[in-house]
Design a protein around this ligand. Structure first.
Ligand SMILES: Nc1ncnc2c1ncn2[C@@H]1O[C@H](COP(=O)(O)OP(=O)(O)OP(=O)(O)O)[C@@H](O)[C@H]1O
Length: 219
């Protein structure tokens, strides 16, 4: 398996003259899950979008295998991104979406048999939680070098969260995974490298106590 490395640094992002991200370093690589935690509004989603290439910071350096990339989303086969909010048009049929993403429907059903009955249905026929799960799974199973998952566990039932975590642990052997969620215990479980974003900067987290020290959790 080819080892790929994605690095982002020197990210500087302002909204309305307010610095959101100012000193960030991210390294993701094949075989690892890189997790991000942080309070509401600290800039997690913004950072994910900057890495993906859908948001341009005031400055950023994003490199794939040491090569600078102005926008990773334009590099074929490089990256896919699960945004925080549902993103696939609801009028598309499940089998159409599988074709578009080049993820065989059977691979999704093998992971989550609950989707079998929806093959000919429009995405909009699924419940909110099922849509979220379907989108997370199709991104996770995509044949790309890196994936970004922004809040994949929110709105998903506990049994399915555990199954998603199993999939993440398996899929990381083929791709690098960047993940963020407020369900921090799940993020701690799946992450090989963990960072906290605070005051626009990234801090490496090694233990549960580090999160207390940074004021992210109480105990
Ligand atoms: N398009 C925008 N214009 C102005 N301000 C924005 C814009 N997008 C985000 N912000 C602000 O930037 C900050 C970071 O937002 P972002 O969504 O990246 O945070 P987050 O850590 O993902 O938050 P949450 O955990 O609540 O999802 C917030 O204060 C938000 O209000």
């Amino acid at each position: 398996m080819t080892q790929n490395i994605l690095e982002a640094d020197s990210v500087y992002l302002e909204y309305n003259n307010r610095a959101i991200l100012s000193d960030v370093y991210v390294k993701a690589e094949t075989g690892k899950v890189t997790g991000f935690l942080g309070r509401n509004g600290c800039g997690k989603s913004s950072l994910m979008k900057v890495i993906f290439g859908s948001l341009k910071g005031n400055f950023q350096s994003v490199r794939l295998n040491k090569q600078y990339q102005p926008s990773l989303l334009l590099v074929s086969g490089a990256i896919r991104y699960l945004p925080q909010k549902s993103f696939i048009p609801k009028h598309l049929r499940i089998e159409q979406i599988c074709e578009l993403f080049q993820v065989p429907f059977i691979n999704i059903v093998n992971e989550f048999p609950v989707f079998e009955k929806y093959q000919q249905q429009k995405l909009g026929a699924l419940s909110g939680g099922e849509i979220r799960l379907f989108e997370a799974v199709i991104i996770l199973l995509s044949d790309v070098k890196f994936i970004i998952l922004d809040e994949p566990f929110s709105h998903i039932m506990p049994l399915h969260v555990e199954k998603l975590k199993e999939m993440i642990n398996r899929e990381k052997h083929q791709k690098g995974i960047i993940i963020t969620d407020h369900l921090y215990k799940h993020i701690m479980d799946v992450s090989d490298d963990l960072y906290l974003i605070r005051d626009g900067k990234t801090f490496k987290i090694n233990t549960h106590d580090d999160l207390i020290r940074h004021g992210y959790i109480l105990e």
